[in-house]
Design a binder for this molecule. Structure first.
Ligand code: HAX
Length: 436
């Protein structure tokens, strides 16, 4: 058993009595109520999911295992020659809540090299799809194709409930280790004439991803930062919730994560990073060489709103301020690409868009989210095929949602099954002033 798995087991054994006690002794304690607009409005803000892996505060933004983004970056061991932590150390941290030692991390890097070997049939599946399929289709299909080798599915019959976490952890770890190679394969296959670059033994995940993508330093650090920032955003967002929901039927990690990726591929969710680049480039085209100014950016934003579209990269279902994931990437840009024209344009949009959205008066949050900034960095380092950007998000999101479903099985969270009502019932309860 690896050090990570042994520590995870100890953590699970420590945690189980807490959940069991809450259920048994305090199960009737009321923590929330549901209004008609919440029932009609996508279950916003109903407190009905539990995770200890990350928490999203309305004002402060995300905390991973209690640490905000700067604290997380500062606490974890950095990769050799890099400024950002290894993704492997972050995976250990998400699963256990503990900062791994150098030895823990090194063992995990070595473990991921073995787990990371992608079966050749996965590449056949990708090649069998029409080449103009969206790269998210390729990623989701590749993930789903590995279901036949699921250790959870193979062990399910005859396994005790308390042991479910073990093969779920194995599947989750295999998947996390394989995602970068699958993503890089999709990229090189689809956009680089199938000129595939094999993984290099001995590299951590970020460095290996940069190597397989064929992009020089500091793209290894970009990959580490990017995967960590996109990993988890508590349980209610579409990709996390979908993965959790599907896993609650005791579907394995492959079924569950493939479903989560399909949710991530929506333009209101992870696809927004592709939409942002598309918006920025078409605006630049309209400018026809002219400098972006406050006035012309304002006009372009209003044109988008007046045509019935959303401003991609702005707004959030929970956050009510600038997303700290945006800020973390902005700080990277200020250091590495301060004079880049696209970065300057993104800054100009940041300066103007919140005012325009506030004036329009619809969105509850006029501030930028993670997707407003992420594409510019990829573009700068030469990754210009922006329909690929959501795949990068997907690799990162795997860390969070797969850690979560491992814990879901450890704590025996049951099948998720909220109750629906009819419109007539709502009308009746509205007339009575409540469900009495
Ligand atoms: N541009 C224009 N209108 C917006 C808007 C934006 N960026 N954000 C919200 N609104 C509108 C909504 O469409 C809604 O309008 P209607 O009443 O006409 O339906 C109204 O403002 C109220 O919405 P809200 O309560 O503020 O926001 P929601 O919780 O409903 O939606 C979204 C949150 C992120 C989906 C929304 O802000 C949006 O569409 N943003 C643009 C797309 C985007 O950037 N998505 C990525 C979000 C981060 C993420 O998940 N990344 O993966």
């Amino acid at each position: 058993m690896t050090r990570l798995k042994a520590r995870l087991l100890e953590k699970i054994q420590e945690h189980r009595p807490r959940t069991q006690r809450l259920n048994k002794e305090f199960g009737d304690v009321v923590i929330d109520q549901v209004t008609i607009s919440q029932a009609l409005g996508g279950a916003r803000d109903i407190h009905a999911l539990v995770t200890d892996i990350s928490y999203l505060d309305y004002q402060e933004g995300i905390r991973f295992r209690g640490k905000n983004i700067p604290e997380t970056f500062a606490a974890l061991p950095t990769a050799p020659g890099g400024e950002y932590p290894t993704v492997e150390s972050f995976w250990y941290f998400l699963l256990t809540g503990e900062v791994p030692t150098k030895e823990d991390t090194e063992e995990l890097v070595a473990d991921f090299q073995i787990r990371g070997q992608v079966p050749s049939y996965v590449f056949d599946v990708i090649r069998a799809l029409p080449k103009d399929s969206h790269p998210m289709v390729m990623l989701s299909a590749a993930v789903l194709s590995m279901q036949k080798d699921s250790k959870f599915a193979a062990a399910y019959h005859g396994m005790k409930k308390n042991d479910y976490w073990d093969p779920m952890f194995e599947d989750a770890s295999d998947l996390v280790a394989r995602l970068p190679q699958i993503a890089a394969f999709i990229y090189r296959y689809k956009y680089k004439n199938g000129d595939i670059i094999a993984p290099k033994p001995g590299l951590d995940m970020g460095a290996n991803f940069a190597h397989m993508m064929g992009i020089a330093k500091p793209y290894d650090d970009v990959a580490r930062m990017y995967f960590i920032l996109h990993s988890d955003h508590e349980s209610g967002n579409v990709s996390a919730h979908t993965t959790h929901l599907v896993a609650s039927a005791l579907s394995d990690a492959y079924y569950s994560f493939s479903a989560g990726l399909n949710g991530l591929a929506g333009p209101l969710h992870g696809l927004a990073n592709q939409e942002v680049l598309d918006w920025i480039l078409s605006f630049q085209k309209q400018l026809n060489g002219a400098e972006p100014t406050e006035e012309n950016v304002k006009k372009a934003l209003w044109d988008t709103l007046n045509s019935g579209h959303v401003i991609p990269g702005y707004g959030h279902a929970i956050l009510r301020k600038t997303d700290p994931r945006y800020t973390a990437q902005m700080e990277f840009c200020q250091k590495h690409l301060p004079t880049d024209p696209l970065f300057k344009l993104v800054n100009m949009i940041y300066h103007v868009a919140p005012g325009v959205l506030t004036e329009q008066g619809k969105t509850k949050n006029p501030w930028p989210n993670v997707d407003a900034q992420s594409g510019v960095i990829q573009w700068y380092y030469g990754l210009r095929e922006y329909d690929f950007y959501t795949v990068l998000f997907g690799v990162g999101r795997g860390l969070g949602v797969l850690a979560n479903i491992t814990w879901d099985r450890a704590l025996s969270y049951p099948l998720e099954r909220p109750k629906s009502v009819t419109t007539a019932m709502l009308e009746e309860w509205a007339a009575k002033g409540g469900r009495k």
